[in-house]
Design a protein around this ligand. Structure first.
Ligand SMILES: Cc1cc2nc3c(=O)[nH]c(=O)nc-3n(C[C@H](O)[C@H](O)[C@H](O)COP(=O)(O)OP(=O)(O)OC[C@H]3O[C@@H](n4cnc5c(N)ncnc54)[C@H](O)[C@@H]3O)c2cc1C
Length: 294
């Protein structure tokens, strides 16, 4: 599809209308949020059979609300809006998200939406990896009402997610982290406008004795068809007193959980090696943040 073959463009004012349109047009229809990913797909003729856009900008889903339970992020919040939230910038526990939001170019920060970054289910994007490490769920609306889906269950394959045909994302929820938590995200890219070759994020909670009570290690950028958590790395980290040797071991442990892809930007072997390096760096950065050094 290119914009010249577009048959219908809708600008619904309610979630109910969106669901009706998705039901009516089925696979011909596509949700349009910031349009930054859709544009690239359309320009490359990668939307065969799609000739209906459902623009959801009038739904009023752009609020970001901080409460005692955590953060509710509307699907239409722009990446720049999220980056400007003081808690995201200042709370070490959400440091991974703050790091990830430094990656996209400013034009994308001002155009792209949080919902679009997740719904695209693109393994090379940065927010899904950060959200997976921090722990997030997505909220949806569809013909059977609303649902909450753990982000880990949302990505089902390359550019595929678990949304039903007539369902769309309304927001993302983050729980307030435990005290003593910190997180960090790192990305490998070829240039400042590039998507990740590999990215990694670590979230950890440390008790007063210096032992890691809970850990979440996430990777993306083509280490698999979907961004994922590394159970092996998390197991190795949990319960350990943090030492200088530990980050390299945790980095090695991710090898048990990844199946890197090869493409014109990187071989599977390179991605594999970098996955360990980036995990180690993310962990070191989270540790530094925990101790106030970053
Ligand atoms: C030059 C450039 C540089 C970039 N750099 C980075 C980077 O450094 N890091 C990074 O993470 N990303 C980067 N991106 C990707 C960018 O972040 C995504 O294109 C963007 O987040 C997608 O959001 P959008 O609102 O534009 O979505 P759209 O393009 O509108 O939609 C994307 C997909 O999600 C679907 N969709 C959107 N919203 C919803 C919803 N609420 N419910 C259901 N489905 C929905 C659409 O139907 C479509 O399939 C870059 C993109 C470009 C063009």
């Amino acid at each position: 599809m290119s914009l010249t073959t577009l048959e219908n463009y809708f600008l619904p004012g309610s979630g109910g209308e969106v669901v009706q349109l998705l039901q009516e047009y089925g696979e011909r229809a596509m949700i349009l949020a910031g349009g930054s990913f859709v544009h690239g797909l359309a320009a490359r003729n990668l939307l065969p059979g799609v000739d209906v856009f459902i623009d959801i900008q009038k739904l009023g889903l752009a609020d970001i609300v901080a409460g005692s339970g955590g953060l509710e992020i509307g699907a239409m919040a722009r990446l720049a809006d999220l980056a400007s939230v003081s808690e995201i910038r200042e709370d070490a526990a959400w440091g991974a998200l703050s790091d990830a939001l430094r990656c996209p170019p400013v034009q994308i920060m001002n155009t792209a939406t949080v919902g679009g970054n997740i719904a695209a289910a693109c393994p090379y994007f940065d927010l899904p990896t950060a959200f997976l490490a921090i722990g997030a769920s997505v909220r949806t609306e569809g013909s059977s009402g609303s649902r909450e889906i753990d982000l880990e269950d949302f990505f089902t394959g390359l550019f595929e997610n678990s949304l039903a045909q007539e369902e769309f994302l309304t927001g993302v929820a983050l729980s307030r982290p435990e005290p003593g938590s910190a997180s960090a995200f790192v990305k490998l890219e070829t240039n400042a406008n590039d998507l990740a070759i590999v990215n990694a994020a670590v979230h950890m909670t440390v008790d007063e004795s210096g032992a890691c009570q809970a850990a979440r290690v996430a990777l993306g950028g083509g280490v698999n068809e979907i961004p994922l958590r590394s159970a092996a790395a998390e197991k190795l980290l949990t319960g350990q007193v943090i030492t200088d040797e530990l980050p390299a071991k945790v980095g090695q442990a991710v090898q048990a959980d990844i199946s890197p892809m090869a493409d014109h930007r990187a071989s599977a072997e390179y991605r594999s090696a970098m996955a360990s390096v980036l995990t180690e760096r993310a962990l070191r950065s989270a540790i530094a943040r925990m101790t106030g050094g970053n």
